[in-house]
Write a new protein. Structure first.
Length: 466
């Protein structure tokens, strides 16, 4: 029986978190979209007072095998209530993380899909028939597997999300946005005409719309004074976007908007994702010099390891050359030298583990995907007469493939997998694009492929070779 750890952990976790930091919940994060002509950016402020929130920037790769995680599994000494959901990432992404690899606060993938969280008081739906993921791991799944806002919205219904108080802003390369709230165990989505203001803060979107109608320009009498802390940030950003006139650059405009809707003097993090130019810009409270890098300078293939960088670099400018390969040891150092400076040992003792055990769990949370005994899809799969062979090879958690018939051998591209459903492509010598799909059932794959524009054909059973 599933223990429903989200019923036990979140409220307690948040209580301990805020006691540990000796603060009250700031509830002051902000996310918005600015779109003008062919320019499109997404902006986010993380506000938590003056804590100096530490973090890591990750470059996540496509073609990586992953095993889902729950908070209870990671915040315990015995790994109880683990998730058994698996996938192979379809897209690369850039994320900003406090708790380690695959546990983002937010980010954007190489297709331009953006997601970020903000504090809220949700009640996540319960359904034991669905796979369980901690809410940060669920966000990484969306970035790994989705290319549109509509695809990401579907993920809100396809998982039992386990975690504490967040709701989510999503946007894609077309500019379509969505606000996803979880109210009384129901998924509440605002998108399209139901999301007239492309912003999300720390109040459910329905309530923000109710309050907006009392302000000038939106049906009400009260002026929107940008210097008045009592005016909602939602109303402020609604006015800013309605009255927007381009300045020197959309990036400068984006940071200016973030400065106008911040709650504290300096946000912990301010992040701008430039969708059309595929670039990221960010500042932190501890080191406010603007940093940036281009997705175009990033290798999202899995031919090289996942990359990471401490968010608090003192020097500004292009930081792409400062990234290094992710290792569990590097993650552990980050926890011990950065995160543990703001989280005392009492936080962990109240959860029931030591800080050292917590750091060990979160540093190595991706290790299991690299173990051969968990890679149920790896190996050579062939039909009964060995006319067709699909080979899936592993280097740690990195997946590569090739497919062959009696004459030719082709490298496999676009490998992805959700649960036991495998997808990939290859091109023939005549450059015809072929897509294959297969459902893995023990030592068999129900396999089929099709060329561009044709219905599925050539289905057969492949068997795992010994």
């Amino acid at each position: 029986m599933k223990l429903h750890s989200y019923m036990k952990i979140p409220a307690f976790y948040l209580f301990v978190f805020f006691i540990a930091f000796d603060i009250v919940p700031a509830r002051a994060c902000s996310t918005y979209k600015l779109q003008h002509g062919d320019q499109l950016i997404y902006g986010h402020n993380l506000n938590e007072g003056d804590m100096g929130v530490p973090g890591m920037v990750f470059v996540n790769k496509r073609g990586i095998f992953k095993i889902g995680r729950t908070w209870t599994e990671l915040a315990s000494s015995d790994g109880r209530d683990a998730s058994n959901f698996t996938w192979v990432s379809r897209y690369g992404s850039v994320t900003f993380n406090c708790f380690g690899r695959d546990f983002p606060d937010g980010g954007m993938n190489e297709t331009g899909l953006f997601i970020w969280e903000m504090n809220d008081d949700p009640v996540y739906p319960k359904d034991e028939k669905l796979p369980t993921l901690n809410q940060m791991n669920w966000m990484q799944y969306i970035l790994d597997m989705c290319s549109s806002t509509d695809e990401a919205i579907r993920c809100a219904y396809e998982f039992e999300i386990e975690g504490w108080g967040w709701h989510y802003f999503i946007g894609d390369a077309s500019g379509k946005t969505a606000a996803i709230n979880f109210v009384k165990g129901e998924v509440i989505v605002h998108t399209g005409d139901r999301m007239p203001v492309p912003g999300l803060f720390n109040t459910p979107y329905d309530r923000e719309l109710e309050l907006l109608k009392y302000y000038e320009g939106f049906g009400g009498l009260y002026p929107i004074d940008m210097d008045d802390p009592e005016v909602t940030r939602f109303a402020k950003v609604a006015k800013i976007l309605k009255d927007y006139a381009p300045g020197t650059s959309i990036i400068n405009d984006g940071f200016d908007i973030l400065s106008k809707i911040m709650v504290h003097d300096v946000p912990e993090w301010s992040v701008i994702m430039d969708v059309k130019n595929q670039a990221v810009y960010y500042k932190t409270r501890l080191n406010p010099a603007e940093k940036s890098f281009s997705f175009k300078d990033v290798d999202f293939s899995n031919r090289s390891p996942v990359l990471c960088l401490n968010i608090d670099q003192a020097e500004g400018g292009d930081v792409i050359s400062r990234f290094g390969s992710f290792t569990p040891a590097k993650m552990k150092v980050f926890f011990e030298e950065s995160l543990f400076k703001v989280i005392p040992e009492s936080f962990f003792s109240k959860i029931g583990i030591t800080g050292a055990q917590w750091a060990e769990n979160f540093s190595h949370l991706t290790d299991d995907a690299g173990k051969a005994e968990n890679q149920f899809f790896a190996g050579s799969w062939a039909d009964s007469i060995n006319e067709l062979t699909l080979t899936l090879s592993m280097e740690g958690d990195r997946v590569s493939g090739k497919i062959s018939n009696s004459k030719d051998l082709y490298p496999v591209d676009h490998i992805s997998m959700v649960g036991n459903h495998l997808v990939g492509t290859f091109k023939t010598k005549g450059r015809t694009l072929i897509e294959f799909q297969g459902d893995i059932d023990g030592s068999m794959i129900d396999f089929g492929f099709r060329d561009t524009g044709r219905s599925p054909a050539n289905r057969r059973i492949l068997y795992l070779k010994e």
